[in-house]
Design a protein around this ligand. Structure first.
Ligand code: LLP
Length: 475
């Protein structure tokens, strides 16, 4: 019965949006854009569609909302992250709107960008939060998310993190194994309360994304296998100290095609059917993973079509639908500003060396991810173009932002804008090479505020300690 409804919804979606098979792209080509050779420079393509990257071009100058990035770089120095509040709001409103008519909660995946200002902005818009650590719990609570809208995902939770989540009375802890179920139960009993638990099931769906980002395959470390789920659900129900409130899954990230979500929905619904009426769930959580365009010529996910298909396929489901998007809400709300520090020609290649590095934005190094790069001042139409690598100063070959990219040749001191840096940029940054974390700036219209200042290196050094035997000048 359930399966028939879903099959019907999928068929309707296919008919409406022209899907032709399990792997048919809903919206154009595959999700992962790597360092392919592009024959058109990013800035020329950007001119046609800047707003999808959260930027505008005013008199040839790149702006975030009403503020020129050059003015921000002048005030804050580079490298520096800049986020636009309006883009985050727009993405959130678009997704909420797409789910109209469905009882749902959009839980922002805090790991994508955990800037307190971004968190507070989303909390005020009505988002919930998807957290993966005690640290993110503290951030979400500090930013103002209601505990009843926070869900706790993650494959390895420590007992103190479980305690903190139970004590904060969050909506549910997402359990990933039988052992974890037992541990949550023990902690709940020790605290004298009943803990709400949802089971994270691994639906074994291949979302056709970068292998590091495909978390819903059977052989990954994530979730409970479909086969084990019914027995484990019954165990949760029978265990004193636990209340089974939901089922959850997350199939991967940067998915541009709605079909994997519908396929995983179908499997989750089959599981709900198998559990039967005796089990009364508050919610079904389909995880995050909605993709965004990174290349300036990439199509974007049709969020209205995505939402309509989910709403149709869950019409008869008497529970909340949760989603955990991270990247979709913030990815194209952010840019990384960097200045050119020099050039180099060697080994038959050209290099533009900039003052941002892999410690600031690791996505190109880690996934060979494509990030469009444009000059902050767009060049005149016939400016000479040069194919070059854009690299940082860190002593690793992986320290690059672009390879063989066609760019207007920048001068030393020129400001470059790395687009699509709002998600998994700052949150994956490190102090490698004793480089302080880049400051963060939030723009709202014509005003901008530094929401995290750059820490002086002296502070990084001062937070460390010498062992006593080393501190003593006599030894
Ligand atoms: N829910 C769970 C359980 C997750 O593991 C993730 C992401 C999300 C939600 C949010 O996924 P999103 O909507 O942002 O795709 N560092 C990588 C992405 C890793 C994603 C990990 N999990 C990158 O830079 O592309």
């Amino acid at each position: 019965m359930t399966t028939a409804i879903v099959a019907e919804a999928i068929a309707a979606a296919k008919a409406r949006f022209g899907l032709t098979g399990a792997r048919a792209a809903w919206q154009g080509p595959g999700p992962v854009t790597t360092h392919a050779h592009h024959d058109v420079p990013d800035h020329l393509l950007l001119a046609g569609n800047p707003e999808r990257f959260g930027v505008r071009v005013v008199d040839g100058e790149v702006h975030v909302e009403g503020t020129s990035v050059a003015a921000i770089a002048e005030a804050v120095d580079t490298p520096c992250y800049v986020y636009g509040a309006a883009h985050v709001r727009r993405q959130f409103a678009g997704l909420r709107g797409a789910l109209i008519g469905r009882r749902s909660l959009v839980c922002y995946a805090v790991k994508a960008n955990s800037s307190q200002a971004i968190l507070r902005l989303l909390a005020r818009e009505g988002a919930g939060a998807d957290i993966v650590s005690g640290g993110e719990l503290a951030r979400a609570l500090a930013a103002g998310f209601a505990p009843s809208t926070i869900v706790f995902s993650g494959v390895g939770k420590r007992s103190d993190e479980i305690d903190a989540a139970i004590t904060a009375q969050i909506r549910a802890i997402h359990a990933e194994s039988i052992e974890e179920v037992d541990r949550i139960a023990a902690r709940a009993r020790a605290l004298g309360v009943v803990a709400p638990v949802a089971l994270r099931v691994n639906p074994d769906i291949d979302p056709d994304t970068h292998p590091y980002l495909a978390t819903g395959l059977r052989e990954t470390k994530f979730g409970i296998s479909m086969g084990d789920a019914p027995a484990l659900a019954r165990r949760v129900i029978e265990t004193p100290g636990l209340r089974l409130v939901g089922l959850t899954c997350h199939i991967g990230s940067q998915i541009m095609d709605a079909e994997p979500f519908l396929a995983s929905l179908e499997r989750m619904r089959a599981l709900i059917g198998e559990l039967g009426d005796a089990i009364d769930l508050d919610y079904l959580d389909l995880g995050g993973g909605l993709g965004i365009p990174y290349g300036v010529d990439e199509p974007r996910l049709d969020v209205d079509a995505f939402g309509a298909a989910l709403v149709a396929a869950t019409r008869d489901l008497d529970m909340d639908l949760l989603l955990e998007p991270g990247r979709y809400l913030v990815g194209n709300a952010g840019v990384l500003l960097t200045r050119v520090v020099g050039h180099k020609e060697s080994g038959g290649k050209r290099f533009v060396i900039v003052d941002a590095a892999m410690n600031d934005l690791i996505r190109p190094a880690l996934y060979e991810a494509y990030h469009a790069i444009v000059p902050a001042t767009l060049p005149v139409a016939d400016a000479p173009l040069v194919r070059s690598d854009v690299v940082g100063p860190v002593c690793e070959c992986g320290d690059f932002f672009a390879r063989d990219r066609l760019l207007p040749w920048p001068a030393v001191g020129d400001l470059l804008v790395i687009l699509g840096a709002g998600a998994y940029g700052m949150t994956m940054a490190s102090n490698y090479n004793t480089r302080p974390l880049a400051p963060e700036v939030l723009v709202s219209g014509e005003r901008f505020d530094v929401t995290r200042p750059r820490r002086p290196v002296a502070e990084l050094i001062a937070e460390e300690r010498y062992p006593a035997w080393m501190a003593d000048p006599a030894t």
